[in-house]
Design a protein around this ligand. Structure first.
Ligand code: NDP
Length: 614
């Protein structure tokens, strides 16, 4: 096995993919398997380069001094050669004529030292057959070039159109414009440079407070659930009045645990049913794509049918309400056991299957954040299954149980208006998630986070038992609201839902097919990875419009519970904290992925979630 030539941290000259330009870069890691160096450019862009595309600074300087290539005249001659790459020229990597090869060799000799990268280019979006192939982020006709990166070249727009595009946006300084015009004058724009996905390396930046933080969370999260449920059970809950801890044996009930297991197995059976389409997820670090069956909505309909049958046969669904605490404890015990299993099996998982965010080498940290990215038993994907099935559908069933319990406890012939609102709003949210199940495949949970205690507990305990807190609260604390108030809250929920859904759809459609005619009016900036960043539409309004919509909905779910206590508002308060933290994590990842292009996006869209506030 050849040994590596450059060390981590060494500053070297790295060739920019598809060009003859070398930039100062820093080696951040080396992949022994793929024999690729991960290097960081000055703008923050990270790429995987072959050794042959890296030179030491000293040899580079030596070459430079020998050659006259850095003189302006030589540079312009180099540019005129570049121009010869006419629009009709076949894309890189295809067969080249002898003269073209000679020309390329010539070009290579004229290495130009540059220290700053070309700024990302604003691209006017024009749907066309060609564009589909070119801009869809996961190009069909990608080609590997000799720099071990996938290069796509954009056919050149006529000069006039380029000018129009530049004028149309006028989003950058004149100095930048000059640079852009120089680039355009070469009649060639690299619009999509996608590095080969590198194998995951060790997680260096620890999140969630590192080892101590994650250790505390393992105790803090279950304690919070217990505290909230105990508070909710009190007739007059008060933050200062901590409820007494129930006897430990009263928290455990074998039958309840059996019901929980049955529920989990039922959902697993529905998940395995061969109905619904099979789609591919995003490429993994080794380039492989996993397959996922999309049948969450069918599973929901089947679950509704099962619940309907149970109710028809007089099954007392408020059993759930009566044993709510025991159910939460059963789910917590199960999620803990599942996390231990996940961690143990992850120790045997190959390095390339470990999560980019959960491979620190610290037991507690990896146990909490999840060591393995996509743990599967055969084709059964444990993380994907838990994300949307037992917990999310469990939430709806719990809400329904609370509605029936309210009617029973207060001897009502119809549920209260508050309870109807809470049930309807949250039902809409869950049905929406299942209807758009495919969208979960591009979320951070699936692509970045491993499956460990955080997600197992979150999916199986936190979501069903904390998100249903409003309905649980209403059973013990009836709240009357008037029709106009109910109408106003409904309007608020609709506004939130509209923002949430249209923002998510806009981004998902754009990621799946940027050439979609429905997106023709949207503008985006291109990035070095080949993916664009929308700068108009919802994603030009704030940087996380979907979070804004989600938070507005969260408020609408709490308002039907009145203002007697802060407990029903726990969800909206916690959710704002969660999404602000999540936004910061995403921002950090995007900065690493897109470098300068992300900074540019942040300049264009200054607010993160709340316009003019944050
Ligand atoms: P998002 O759907 O917000 O996606 C973030 C990603 O979108 C970025 O990493 C980037 O990925 C891409 N992106 C960012 N800016 C742009 C842009 N301008 N143009 C195009 N793409 C862009 O991620 P989440 O997984 O956090 O959220 C998904 C949904 O789930 C949200 O609606 C959120 O509210 C909801 N959610 C709900 C929770 C709950 O408990 N109820 C918890 C967490 C989330 P890339 O460029 O790689 O595509």
């Amino acid at each position: 096995m050849p040994s590596r030539k450059f060390a981590d941290g060494e500053v070297v000259m790295g060739r920019w993919p598809g060009s003859v330009l070398y930039y100062e870069v820093q080696v951040t890691s080396y992949d022994d398997v793929a024999h690729l160096y991960t290097v960081k450019y000055k703008d923050g862009t990270e790429l995987a380069l072959k050794e042959s595309d890296i030179r030491s600074q000293s040899s580079f300087k030596h070459r430079k001094s020998q050659s006259s290539s850095s003189s302006p005249s030589r540079r312009s001659s180099s540019r005129s050669r570049s121009r010869s790459r006419s629009p009709g020229r076949p894309a890189k990597g295809r067969r080249r004529s002898a003269s073209q090869s000679r020309e390329l060799k010539d070009d290579k000799k004229k290495t130009i030292q540059e220290t700053s990268l070309a700024l990302p280019v604003l691209v006017s979006f024009k749907p066309s057959e060609n564009n589909t192939k070119r801009y869809n982020g996961e190009p069909e006709s990608t080609e590997k070039n000799d720099t071990s990166c996938i290069i796509l070249e954009q056919k050149l727009k006529p000069d006039l159109e380029i000018k129009r595009v530049l004028e149309q946006y006028s989003l950058r300084s004149r100095k930048d414009d000059k640079k852009k015009e120089e680039i355009y004058s070469e009649k060639k724009t690299f619009v999509a440079v996608k590095p080969i996905e590198k194998a995951p390396t060790k997680t260096k930046e620890l999140e969630f407070g590192g080892r101590i933080g994650t250790f505390m969370m393992i105790f803090f999260l279950p304690a919070t659930v217990l505290y909230l449920l105990l508070m909710c059970k009190q007739d007059d809950p008060s933050l200062l009045n901590v409820p007494p801890l129930p006897a430990l044996e009263s928290l455990w009930d074998g039958r309840v645990f059996g019901v929980f297991l049955l529920w989990f197995l039922l959902q697993a059976v529905f998940y395995l049913l061969p109905i619904g389409k099979v789609v591919e997820g995003l490429p993994l670090s080794n380039g492989r794509k996993l397959q996922y069956r999309i049948n969450g909505f069918y599973a929901f309909i089947l679950t509704a049918a099962v619940i309907g049958v149970l109710l028809y046969f007089q099954f007392e669904l408020h059993y759930l309400y009566d044993h709510f605490m025991q159910f939460a404890v059963s789910a917590a015990a199960f999620s803990l056991a599942l996390s231990v299993y996940l961690y143990v099996r992850s120790l045997k998982a190959p390095e390339e299957e470990l999560a980019p965010g959960g491979n620190s080498g610290y037991f507690i940290y990896d146990f909490f954040t999840g060591h393995e990215l996509n743990p599967r038993i055969g084709s059964f994907d444990l993380k994907y299954f838990c994300e949307l099935r037992p917990g999310l559908m469990g939430w709806v069933v719990i809400n329904l149980a609370m509605l029936l319990a309210e009617m029973k406890v207060h001897n009502l012939s119809v549920p209260s208006l508050s309870m109807i609102l809470v049930n309807s709003f949250q039902l809409l949210y869950v049905v929406d998630a299942l209807w758009n199940e495919e969208a979960v495949l591009t979320t951070m949970d699936i692509t970045h986070d491993g499956f460990g205690f955080m997600l197992a507990f979150g999916d199986l305990v936190w979501v069903p038992f904390v998100y249903s807190l409003q309905a649980f609260y209403l059973v013990g604390h009836p709240t009357t609201i008037t029709w106009p108030v109910a109408a106003a809250i409904t309007v608020l929920n609709c506004i939130g839902y509209y923002i949430f859904r249209s923002a998510n759809s806009q981004k998902n459609n754009f990621r799946r097919n940027p050439a979609d005619p429905k997106l023709a009016n949207l503008k985006f900036i291109s990035t070095a990875t080949g993916k664009g960043l929308l700068v108009t539409g919802w994603w030009g309004f704030v940087r996380h419009p979907n979070y804004l919509g989600d938070i507005i909905m969260a408020l609408a779910w709490s308002l039907p519970c009145g203002f007697n206590h802060i407990l029903p508002y726990f969800y909206v308060i916690y959710f704002i904290c969660l999404l602000v933290h999540r936004e910061a994590r995403d921002e950090h990842h995007c900065k690493q992925k897109y470098g300068l292009a992300w900074e540019r996006y942040c300049q264009l869209v200054p607010y993160r979630i709340f316009p003019y506030i944050y």
